[in-house]
Write a protein that binds this ligand. Structure first.
Ligand code: PEP
Ligand code: MN
Length: 338
């Protein structure tokens, strides 16, 4: 159950509510976000909902029995829009496009990517400065120096930055240089990191774990929301299956299901989703048809020379074609008869 509180609820009213909930043996968690105050209640005993609804200081009550609650559509029926500022909003309305290299590599590469994005009307650039790599001997990112350089160039061009944060300790140092924190697949259930991202007022894109279920992804998002941050996007980036013909299995089904289960925007990552460059555009388009609110993909001026994930990275010609096709696909989807 989610109890939404009035902003001006008094201490006395809150205590009365807590007393009632304690009487019916419900475990309560108080949640305060940028946008609202809530009490999340978990319990089994039957009770008359009116006995709580009629108490003072309560805005609304919703019965949500799922393991995840605040990210559920059972509570918030209308889709959430994540506001990035400067007129840029993700979820509902316009289709969100985010593109850039797997790793930030050099000033030349940043400038060239920004130029490509600006030419194609893409306003969010992706890129890793802290890279989770299977081998400790692989390139692991330029760290804060790379992020600061990237930030100064991106800001000049009016481009927003999405980049992965791997540890709680990095949040503070990265905060001023980031527009969206990305939680990578390997950290999808790093609950300490999720808690900490719940405490900052900055959008978060949460990726699905390599072997994470839809329900686990939603529960991870619930960690962020319940710690105070409502500005969350979910990301389907493929799961690991028995199939060896490609890197990961892009779970298109999950996109449709997430859109039904949650009010949060869903972003598709076809680059990691299939992991093979020539198929990325097709999977990206399929994701739009399944209901994605946006696509994030890897692009590089010379994919063959990319420091990481070159095999799944588009070149500029392919990227330009994909962006055009994605915009058309989105328009087409919006016109489909329901
Ligand atoms: C990435 O976006 O480059 C990345 C490492 O993604 P994932 O966490 O999905 O593997
Ligand atoms: Mn990558």
């Amino acid at each position: 159950m989610i109890i939404q509180l009035e902003k001006g609820i008094s201490v006395d009213q809150l205590n009365k509510l807590k007393e009632k909930l304690a009487n019916i043996q419900y475990k309560t968690t108080e949640v305060k976000t940028q946008y609202g105050d809530y009490v999340i209640c978990v319990g089994k005993n039957e009770f008359d909902i009116r006995s709580i609804g009629t108490l003072g200081g309560i805005k609304d009550i919703h019965q949500v029995s799922d393991a995840y609650k605040l990210v559920s559509k059972k509570w918030k029926v209308e889709d959430t829009q994540v506001d990035l500022g400067e007129g840029l909003k993700i979820g509902t309305g316009e289709f969100a496009l985010m593109a850039g290299p797997c790793s930030i590599e050099s000033e030349e590469q940043i400038k060239s990517t920004i130029d490509h994005l600006v030419k194609n009307g893409v306003r969010v650039m992706r890129g890793g400065v802290y890279k989770p790599r299977s081998s400790p001997y692989s390139f692991r990112g330029l760290g804060m120096d790379g992020l600061k350089l990237w930030y100064s160039l991106a800001k000049e061009a009016g481009i927003k930055i999405i980049t992965e944060v791997m540890m709680t300790e990095q949040i503070e140092q990265m905060f001023d240089y980031v527009d969206i924190f990305q939680v990578g697949a390997r950290n999808s259930q790093n609950f300490n990191l999720l808690d900490a991202l719940g405490e900052v007022d900055k959008p978060v894109m949460l990726k699905r774990g390599m072997s994470g279920t839809v329900e686990e992804l939603l529960q991870s998002a619930e960690y962020i929301f319940s710690h105070g941050n409502e500005r969350i996007m979910l990301c389907e980036r493929g799961i690991r299956t028995y199939e060896k013909a490609y890197r990961n299995t892009m779970d298109i089904n999950a996109i449709a299901i997430l859109k039904e289960k949650s009010h949060l925007p869903v972003i598709a990552d076809p680059s990691h989703g299939i992991g093979v460059r020539r198929f990325v555009p097709k999977v990206a388009l399929a994701s739009v048809m399944a209901g994605a609110d946006g696509v994030i993909f890897e692009v590089h001026h010379t994919p063959e020379k990319a420091f990481s994930d070159g095999q799944q990275t588009l070149n500029y010609r392919e990227s330009t074609a994909l962006i055009k096709n994605l915009k058309n696909a989105f328009r087409f989807r919006e016109e489909l008869v329901q």
